[in-house]
Design a protein around this ligand. Structure first.
Ligand code: PGA
Length: 255
């Protein structure tokens, strides 16, 4: 496996934060700070901020993503947004399977698969989130959990389509808790995910495949995490709401 075959991706996940006006201000603050990044830079923002974000990021190296999408093309799904609608708004990335969607909004491995499918069918890049709960880590079933999440989500995804998929390994116990996984814990699971991609597709696909770590990644711990062979960047929650912190993580991934 060869890290130099992959460009790291640093993606912010703003969750339920920022108004459109605040979005414009924050992206304008970030733009000069990440302009010379040697990694891909993505900001996933709330639906209502997408227009402001796309407008503010125009002409810069920041790409805009959404935090979820529905699996159907259209129809009677009150409160939902389709992948086609996102694409039409200038969105390039979408997160699927975030643990907050799984935990609080009833997402299952099967609906995560369906959302991923819809995103790919509409030409969006997917940041597919997987990760274990603390109890599962304590029961030593982390690998089984993550492997089955990945297998179900990617069922039917071709090797060509896989080029538009990133997996973010986010141990649920590390999200928003300040309890980051150690770099070795992150590496162990990110490597297992890459091995699974090799098993399901090919070595070539696995070598190119981007696997991020997410969960309390910040300006201080980013260096150590992204230095690991199989950690190709990160999905950043809290620290993506502050321009200097996010820029420091982008810098760490640009080395
Ligand atoms: P955090 O969130 O960086 O605030 O832990 C990460 C995520 O949920 O993607």
């Amino acid at each position: 496996m060869n890290k130099s075959l992959r460009k790291a991706v640093i993606a912010g996940n703003w969750k339920m934060n920022k108004t459109p006006a605040e979005t414009t201000a924050l992206i304008n603050e970030m733009k000069p700070l990440v302009a010379d990044a040697d990694c891909d830079v993505v900001l996933c923002v709330p639906y209502v901020d997408i227009f402001a974000a796309v407008e503010a990021a125009k002409g810069s190296n920041i790409k805009i993503g959404a935090e979820n999408c529905h699996w159907a093309a259209s129809g009677a799904f009150t409160g939902e947004v389709s992948a086609e609608m996102l694409k039409a708004c200038g969105v390039e990335y979408v997160i699927t399977g975030h643990s907050e969607r799984r935990t609080y909004f009833g997402d299952t491995d099967v609906t995560v698969h369906d959302r991923t499918r819809a995103a790919l069918d509409n030409g969006l890049n997917v940041i597919l989130c997987v990760g274990e709960y603390l109890e599962q880590r304590e029961q030593n079933i982390t690998m089984e959990v993550v492997r089955s999440q990945v297998k179900i989500a990617l069922a039917g995804v071709s090797e060509e389509e896989l080029g538009k998929v990133i997996i973010a390994y986010e141990p649920v116990w590390a999200i928003g808790t300040g309890k980051t996984a150690t770099a070795d814990q992150a590496e162990e699971v990110c490597k297992a995910i890459r091995d699974l991609i090799c098993e399901l597709y090919s070595k070539e696909a696995a070598d190119k495949f981007v696997v991020q770590y997410g969960g309390s990644m910040n300006a201080k711990n980013a260096d150590e995490l992204v230095d690991k062979e199989d950690v190709d960047g990160g999905l950043i929650g809290g620290a993506s709401l502050k321009a200097p912190d996010f820029a420091a993580i982008v810098k760490a991934a640009s080395k």
